[in-house]
Design a protein around this ligand. Structure first.
Ligand SMILES: Nc1ncnc2c1ncn2[C@@H]1O[C@H](COP(=O)(O)OP(=O)(O)OP(=O)(O)O)[C@@H](O)[C@H]1O
Ligand SMILES: Cc1ncc(C[n+]2csc(CCOP(=O)(O)O)c2C)c(N)n1
Ligand SMILES: [Mg+2]
Length: 329
């Protein structure tokens, strides 16, 4: 396809985008009308939305349009899985400059469609608007299949903390790209195209998870949301975290403690959950810590008036930089 988005025009672009979508069972009526119709067999719909902004979430010189599509979809579909639901459909809001080559949004859509296929969802519709920078906004829907949603408020003292998926790979890739390198490829690829463990969401719910979330902002930050919501402390055992030798090597090369990536790097969309202590967890779940009462015996000392730490690492507060915050710095 030649030319710019502007040359294609709004309806030409929509035609190109929607022609690339494949039919899926949950999307009863897809793009083409005022709204879509999506099946909701459970009679409740799980819904989540996320925005990706060029420069803040992706760079067009770091990632292809296809990769941005895969990542944008993955980030939203992981939120659905982290509730214990199965993704059913996504809607795509797209802001693009008129000068953008038309191939960019079209390849983006290919990436969104392919990631949706991995998670079992379809593309139900969207919107296209002209703007100064590229913004990709995705709304994802999902179905709980008769289960209760697994929220951030159910962790209880004594529960195990377990994770499945990757931790720190995307942050290591980001560190490499930020320094102008394009390798090691495994980490750069993990940054460009995360692989959330979608089936682990509903599977974790079925195993009796008491709380669950995907790791988008960083393990400490996201477990912090669970600890806050559940009014508990969570202690992470650093020795239980998977630290590939190659991550150590890059850490040394760029002068960063790789534990920092594993504990505070977001965007891998691993799924972390708490389970009652007697739970028999399949091998894909790695136990990395435990849930404790927010105060009391064994809690680290807290200066007068200060709030106790919600998440500790090997019993102590994590003093280095925390997770991602769009408004920090
Ligand atoms: N503009 C907003 N209006 C209403 N609710 C919002 C708004 N922004 C965020 N929220 C809500 O705040 C909660 C936390 O949002 P956040 O985007 O941090 O989600 P998350 O799952 O923690 O992170 P991520 O989006 O990276 O997966 C969500 O329930 C979200 O719906
Ligand atoms: C160009 C560029 N700069 C920085 C980053 C890192 N980054 C952006 S958002 C985010 C956390 C999740 O955000 P959200 O809460 O919006 O889902 C992280 C770790 C990136 N991916 N690309
Ligand atoms: Mg999330």
């Amino acid at each position: 396809m030649k030319g710019s988005v502007g040359a294609l025009g709004e309806f030409g672009l929509i035609r190109e985008l929607t022609s690339r979508i494949s039919a899926t069972p949950a999307v009863r009526l897809g793009p083409g009308d005022d709204a879509a119709v999506v099946a909701a067999p459970d009679r409740r719909v799980v819904a989540s939305t996320d925005i990706l902004v060029e420069g803040s979430h992706f760079r067009r010189d770091w990632s292809t349009a296809y990769d941005v599509g895969r990542k944008a979809a993955a980030q939203n579909l992981a939120d659905i899985a982290a509730m214990g639901a199965t993704p059913s459909a996504v809607l795509l809001g797209l802001v693009v400059p008129a000068e953008l080559p038309a191939t960019w949004p079209v390849e983006l859509m290919d990436g969104i469609r392919d990631e949706c296929q991995v998670a079992g969802a379809g593309v139900a519709g969207g919107d296209v608007v002209r703007g100064d920078t590229v913004i990709v906004s995705i709304t994802a829907l999902g179905d709980l299949g008769g289960r209760e949603a697994v929220t951030r408020t159910g962790a209880r003292p004594g529960d195990l903390v377990a994770v499945t998926g990757w931790l720190g790979w995307s942050a290591a890739g980001h560190a490499v790209l930020s320094r102008g390198f394009r390798s090691p490829r495994a980490f750069v690829e993990a940054h460009r195209r995360p692989e959330p463990p979608y089936p682990a969401g509903p599977a974790g719910a079925a195993l009796g998870a008491t709380s669950m979330t995907d790791v988008s902002d960083g393990l400490i930050a996201d477990l912090g949301h669970i600890a806050q919501g559940s009014k508990v402390r969570i202690d992470i055992r650093s020795a239980a975290l998977d630290m590939p030798a190659q991550m150590n090597d890059i850490g040394q090369a760029v002068g960063v403690d790789p534990l920092q990536w594993v504990l505070t790097g977001g965007e891998d969309h691993a799924i972390v959950a708490t389970f009652p202590p007697e739970t028999k967890l399949p091998a894909r779940w790695r136990v990395i810590g435990e849930v404790l009462p927010s105060r009391g015996r064994g809690a680290p000392p807290v200066p007068d008036g200060a709030a106790p730490p919600r998440v500790t690492v090997d019993g102590a507060p994590w003093e280095k930089a925390g997770g991602w915050d769009h408004f920090a710095g």
